[in-house]
Ligand binder design. Structure first.
Ligand SMILES: Cc1cc2nc3c(=O)[nH]c(=O)nc-3n(C[C@H](O)[C@H](O)[C@H](O)COP(=O)(O)OP(=O)(O)OC[C@H]3O[C@@H](n4cnc5c(N)ncnc54)[C@H](O)[C@@H]3O)c2cc1C
Length: 403
């Protein structure tokens, strides 16, 4: 592939850098937004929402959305450049990446004019939080096995069942949910049929959200129970039975997003070396750690090149796989390797958890050690990615092969 940026990509990157040079510093300097290191999760979320509003005012919150919806119709290459520049400037995160990266594009693709007018603005300016309700106790990797029902009843649908692992549902006013409108489809052996997408008002009577405490001690995930919850007709996104198509579009965005995250791994590696330099410099003299650092750096570069190859195929209009499942596998393994390396680099200080007076970088690395276990599960688990590669890319014989 040709690594030279096209003039329009260079212009996109320069414009973003210029805008950040002008707006990031004043935002970070404002007293209200100052991060004193002891910010509560609620305050941190408010800060991200404020930053997202500033981005939106500059038309930089949802660069991949069409211009008519305050986006910039950014190409796949520009989305990667966007992630790289945001990492380079160490900007605050977005309040609702799920809404911006996945749910918004689906509303743009499938929504009526009324639905777009109602919901896109609050995703963009972070005034209302969104969650994505797909997984169920028996429907994770095998998502089409979902069984929470939405049965047509007069002027709407009545919903019953349970979702699980729904990130930030406890904060959300709205959620994009997949529900089964045809319960006979599973028995008919056609489980991908009879699934419909809905935009759910999380304040609807009959919906109960129960947080789950995870191994980091945080309550980010939730179970969501539906007990005769009534959804109006105009909450349906797309036609009845079209939910699988809506979902595949959403997951497609998620996978490109994961490819974009590789750019933040190099920044993490640099940051953890800096931290070790200040709290445990002896680690940097340890030959075994030096080998791990060199290997991690090389692997990050390889993962970046893999992503670029996927990108070049997208640009040429070719199928972007097997590079995309490979990049997901590589990123998820690397994220865990780096999390392990970080606590080893910090030595005894790597045990100091968040909230403690001596914790390093506010306990970020200690938290990451537990949190990164998610990377080989979320967005398609490792085993299932390997099945896909074995089946469709290498075309190995055996049970996994489906075509
Ligand atoms: C951080 C995080 C955030 C999440 N946020 C959301 C969210 O906001 N909304 C949402 O809907 N969901 C969310 N999820 C759920 C996520 O989509 C599921 O965890 C994922 O789809 C896997 O499903 P599962 O956990 O049910 O595991 P399962 O599918 O039950 O898998 C369990 C194990 O079996 C293996 N396995 C399964 N099938 C096969 C197979 N055919 N061959 C070989 N091995 C197999 C898997 O690899 C895994 O090791 C989140 C998950 C994480 C980790």
């Amino acid at each position: 592939m040709d690594f030279t940026l096209a003039p329009e990509d260079e212009q996109f990157r320069d414009e973003l850098r210029g805008w950040l040079d002008e707006h990031l510093e004043p935002f970070l300097a404002s007293e209200e937004m100052a991060d004193d290191g002891a910010m509560s999760p609620e305050k941190a979320q408010q800060r991200r929402a404020s930053w997202q509003r500033v981005l939106n005012e500059g038309r930089w919150a949802a660069v991949h959305w069409p211009e008519e919806y305050n986006g910039r119709a950014a190409t796949a290459m520009q989305r990667i450049l966007y992630s790289e520049v945001m990492t380079e400037y160490r900007t605050p995160g977005l309040a609702n990446p799920n809404g911006l990266w996945q749910i918004g594009p689906m509303i743009i693709a499938w929504g009526t004019d009324e639905q777009k007018a109602r919901w896109l603005p609050c995703i963009l300016d972070a005034s209302e939080h969104w969650c994505q309700g797909f997984s169920e106790p028996d429907a994770g990797n095998d998502l089409a096995n979902l069984r929470t029902t939405a049965i047509r009843d007069g002027d709407g649908y009545v919903v019953n069942g349970q979702k699980i692992w729904i990130s930030t549902a406890h904060l959300a006013r709205w959620g994009l949910f997949l529900l089964r409108t045809d319960p006979t489809a599973i028995e008919r052996g056609a489980k991908h049929e009879g699934i419909t997408a809905f935009i759910v008002d999380m304040h609807t009577p009959g919906i109960e959200v129960r947080p789950i405490r995870d191994m980091t001690g945080e309550e980010m995930f939730n179970e969501v129970y539906f007990n005769d919850a009534h959804l109006p007709l105009d909450s349906r996104l797309g036609g009845e039975g079209e939910g699988w198509l809506v979902a595949m579009g959403t997951l497609g965005y998620e996978r490109v997003g994961i490819a974009g995250q590789i750019s933040s791994l190099a920044a993490d590696l640099r940051a953890m070396v800096m931290a070790a330099r200040s709290v445990n410099p002896a680690a940097l003299e340890d030959p075994s750690i030096q080998v791990r650092l060199a290997r991690a750096w090389t692997d990050i570069e390889l993962a970046r090149l893999l992503t670029m190859r996927a990108l070049s195929k997208i640009i040429k209009g070719e199928k972007n796989w097997p590079e995309v499942p490979f990049a997901k596998l590589k990123w998820s393994e690397l994220a865990q390797t780096l999390a392990d390396l970080a606590v080893d680099l910090l030595g005894p200080a790597g045990l100091l958890a968040r909230g403690g007076p001596d914790s390093v970088d506010r306990g970020k690395w200690t938290r990451l050690y537990a949190f990164q276990r998610y990377s080989t599960i979320g967005g398609g688990s490792t085993e299932v990615q390997k099945n896909i590669i074995a089946d469709r890319a290498i075309r190995l014989p055996g049970q996994a092969r489906s075509s």
